[in-house]
Design a protein around this ligand. Structure first.
Ligand code: FPP
Ligand code: MG
Length: 312
């Protein structure tokens, strides 16, 4: 992970000062480096001892960071990881453009790696990520959202990058297509668990714990699993959500009222149980064959566990 950090900082260098300034601000803002860790551990699981996985894990982290820079603009969010978001400090234009820089840097790094299969994998994943965000946008205040539709958005907007991280690690370690696909599925399940927890925390956590505004998914028009579940058992809540959707914003007390009603139906608990199911599925996908590093396998199982139990 120290090598990953060094690679991140090396690749943020530019003589356009705003790029390293915003780049360092966001990569030093306390992110978990979850995706690079996943990539490194997956490569290690198969006893990989090369160097390729370091820049490739940074590729995944840069695409993730670019997507957060863009996401906070799209969501008009002024907090991220307990600090003002980059758009809160430098404004929307700078955030979008530095996001574009990181995104294109990631593709330069893949070209330097020189593996067409990797380029295909990452360009497909990035395309799915962008599609996922557009899909989510097109389902803004889609009050009839089903659990399946909700999971489709989650897979595309979040889980694909976790999938990419473990897939890249297995591919770098030159595993068979079957094993690469199995590790991709592990990452996908872990990623779904991770986003389901994010959606639960929006209804459960306080802003200080989450490091970002909470209780705003609904105001942004995001109909997530805790709310879907709660509305099924509470017609009054469903009616109030419809009013909020027609108005397009909260009025005094809406946020706390909705959170109270979702809590009464244990909406967050329902989403967390689903997250635990996905984490279990992820754990079962970890290979057991000879040549596997058991300590690393245990760590990957713990990571799946963490994604469904994390407090932040
Ligand atoms: C966070 O979700 C956002 C994402 C998981 C993906 C954002 C992706 C884009 C904006 C597409 C970017 C595309 C390219 C090519 C760089 P959230 O808003 O539910 O979570 P949050 O509460 O952490 O903001
Ligand atoms: Mg957001």
């Amino acid at each position: 992970m120290a090598l990953v950090d060094a690679c991140i900082h090396h690749n943020l260098q530019s003589d356009i000062m705003m790029i390293p300034a915003i780049g360092h601000y966001i990569v030093n803002s306390g992110g978990k480096r979850f995706r690079p860790l996943l990539c490194l551990l997956t490569a290690r699981l198969f006893a990989y001892h090369g160097e390729r996985h370091i820049p490739l894990s940074v590729v995944v982290e840069f695409i993730h960071t670019a997507s957060l820079l863009h996401d906070d603009v799209v969501d008009s969010s002024d907090q991220r990881r307990g600090s003002p978001s980059a758009n809160g400090v430098w404004g929307n234009q700078a955030s979008v453009l530095v996001g574009d820089y990181l995104f294109s840097r990631a593709f330069q790094m893949m070209v330097a790696d020189g593996d067409m299969a990797m380029l295909k994998l990452m360009s497909d994943v990035t395309n799915a990520l962008a599609e996922g965000e557009v899909l989510q946008l097109s389902r803004t205040f889609h009050l009839e959202m089903t659990e399946a539709e909700c999971l489709e958005v989650i897979e595309r907007k979040t889980a694909v990058l976790f999938k990419a991280a473990s897939e890249v690690g297995a591919h770098a370690a030159e595993q068979s297509p079957e094993v690469v696909a199995q590790m991709a599925e592990y990452g996908m399940c872990l990623g779904v668990a991770f986003q389901l927890m994010d959606d639960a925390l929006d209804y459960l956590a306080e802003a200080e714990e989450a490091g970002k505004p909470v209780g705003h998914d609904l105001e942004e028009g995001k109909i997530t699993l805790p709310l879907i579940h709660a509305m099924q058992g509470d017609a009054e809540l469903a009616a109030r959500v419809e009013e909020i959707s027609e108005r397009g914003c909260y009025e005094d007390g809406d946020r706390e009222w909705v959170r109270g009603r979702v809590s009464a139906q244990d909406g967050a608990g329902f989403a967390m149980n689903r997250a635990k199911d996905y984490a279990e599925r992820a754990k079962h996908l970890l290979p057991d064959s000879a040549g596997i590093d058991i300590d690393v396998r245990n760590l990957l199982a713990e990571l799946a566990e963490f994604s469904a139990h994390r407090p932040y």
